[in-house]
Design a protein around this ligand. Structure first.
Ligand code: 5AD
Length: 358
């Protein structure tokens, strides 16, 4: 796929107006992938400039009570060596990232009851009080009850990620044993607790139709998400979906571009899954409108056991030492890595502004 050059894609002074759902539908059905890439790249550059934001990812537990058919760390997968990082390990991983300049961390885990909400709250407070007061913390630790999100927000967490996975309610229940409705209710609760909200979906799940792919994009728009993660489904050999077919990256690229056009201000990562599917998958995704990269800071001994899908590219990368390499990879796209917190645009107050970023 051709990556557009500067002159082809950047026209300054055009206000990036979010497209309506009708316009998105029209482009979804009628635009070529190259057209979508060009438009989305232009809008991305207008709103976000040359910066590609860094978020340091720490996969702190691979225990999970859920049994999602697509996921390599599902409860039923007996072949996984389970681990939990201790608070001290998590803290030192964050601190190392902080010393390297990172100011945005994502703590992601399976739905692990051992990490109670109180435990997570203590962890967030510790991180913020041990020298990382101005770093943003994003939690991605599954569905909890409404009061728990409030507690986590009060403890100083800034953002919460919970992908809706697929906007097709029937497929959702089939794959996850839980309802899409519950997931959307959780996203509402997360928003109500005052978090910057992230969600997203996978592309190429078995049973997904073209209509599903359109619905995914329109749902992101309806939810007015601050952060949107979307990437290709990659079948894992130790899951019931091991024989599912692999869809091309193009579906992901088209979706990223359309999501960018629907939500010009959103932060959209170029996912590790895209980079794992094809070698320049993340570069292609950045060129199609993404503006975030997530270096994986999880210590090597653990990250090899956090295999949601096979062939995870970050196992070959050293996380923090790799940032220089990421920088070089962004150069041909005329993008610079940014160490800023990268709050949701238009979000009025950060914890720091409120004076409770202890
Ligand atoms: N392929 C690609 N992405 C996956 N995820 C889970 N399993 C897979 C897979 N087999 C995604 C889900 C989840 C996120 C953390 O990883 O969307 O929300």
């Amino acid at each position: 796929m051709k990556i557009p050059t500067e002159t082809e894609t950047v026209e300054r002074n055009l206000p990036p107006v979010p497209l309506s759902s009708e316009q998105i539908m029209d482009l979804f059905h009628n635009a070529s992938t190259q057209e979508l890439i060009c438009q989305a790249n232009r809008v991305c550059r207008q709103v976000h400039g040359k910066d590609v934001l860094l978020r340091g990812l720490i996969e702190f537990t691979n225990f999970c009570t859920n049994d999602c058919l697509y996921c390599g760390i599902r409860r039923g997968n007996q072949r996984v060596t389970r681990y939990r990082m201790t608070e001290a390990m998590i803290l030192s991983t964050v601190q190392k990232g902080y010393q390297r300049g990172i100011r945005s961390f994502v703590l992601q885990g399976g739905e692990d009851r051992n990490f109670t909400t109180d435990r997570i709250c203590r962890l967030v407070k510790t991180i913020k009080s041990q020298g990382c007061h101005d770093a943003a913390i994003t939690l991605s630790c599954g569905i909890r009850c409404r009061e728990d999100y409030v507690k986590m927000r009060d403890a100083g967490a800034d953002r919460y990620l919970l992908r809706f996975e697929t906007a097709d309610p029937v497929l959702h229940r089939l794959l996850r044993e839980n309802s899409l409705e519950d997931r959307l209710k959780a996203l509402e609760d997360i928003r109500a607790a005052g978090f910057q909200v992230g969600s997203g979906f996978m592309l190429g799940l078995p049973g997904e139709s073209k209509e599903t792919r359109l619905k995914n994009i329109l749902l992101c728009q309806r939810l007015e998400l601050d952060m949107i993660g979307l990437g290709p489904f990659i079948p894992h050999p130790d899951t019931p979906l091991k024989h599912a077919s692999q869809h091309p990256l193009e579906h992901t690229i088209r979706s990223v571009a359309l999501v960018r056009l629907a939500l010009p201000q959103a932060h959209i990562p170029a996912t590790t899954a895209a980079g794992s599917l094809v070698p320049d998958g993340r570069e292609q995704t950045i060129a199609a409108g993404a503006n975030v990269l997530m270096p994986n800071l999880t210590p090597m001994e653990f990250k090899q056991n956090y295999l949601l899908y096979p062939g995870k590219v970050c196992l070959r990368e050293k996380g923090i030492q790799d940032i220089t390499r990421l920088h070089h990879r962004m150069k041909p796209l005329n993008r610079n890595l940014s160490f800023a917190r990268g709050d949701a645009l238009g979000y009025p107050l950060t914890n720091m502004d409120k004076g409770d970023g202890k």
